[in-house]
Design a protein around this ligand. Structure first.
Ligand SMILES: [Zn+2]
Length: 126
């Protein structure tokens, strides 16, 4: 493992401090290079659009995630109709492997579920 991260958006007052980006930044410092060629990103949740694009730019070789869009509350994703995996499909790269559903139920239990009544003040993307 090169690095790991957790969501720091509130702690750092930084809307871009998603766990994936925190891990990418730390890994780049350790690797002393911006590219993480061939590295694997493990995430409990399908990466959002921002993190998916960052994965493409960092040249990560594989994404392994647990819960997907349908397994958690919609507030975790910024778009209703565009699946962030479409970014990967339409990227110039064709060597990025995506494996979703790894420990799906255990990972989904970490988040609000689709039918949960989440207070509007906690719904960042809605
Ligand atoms: Zn993200």
């Amino acid at each position: 493992m090169i690095a790991r991260g957790r969501n720091r958006t509130d702690a750092w007052n930084d809307a871009t401090a998603h766990a994936e980006l925190v891990a990418f930044r730390e890994a780049a410092q350790i690797a002393d290079a911006p590219g993480l060629d061939g590295a694997v990103l493990y995430s409990t949740l399908q990466p959002c659009g921002m993190c998916t694009m960052a994965t493409i730019w960092t040249k990560v070789g594989r994404i392994v995630f647990g819960a997907g869009r349908e397994d958690v509350h919609r507030m975790y994703f910024e778009d209703r109709n565009l699946d962030t995996m479409d970014f990967v499909k339409d990227a110039y790269r064709d060597d990025l492997v995506i494996d979703g559903g790894c420990l799906k139920d255990e990972c989904a239990a970490l988040y609000f579920r689709p039918g949960d009544d989440v207070p509007e003040s906690e719904q960042g993307n809605l």
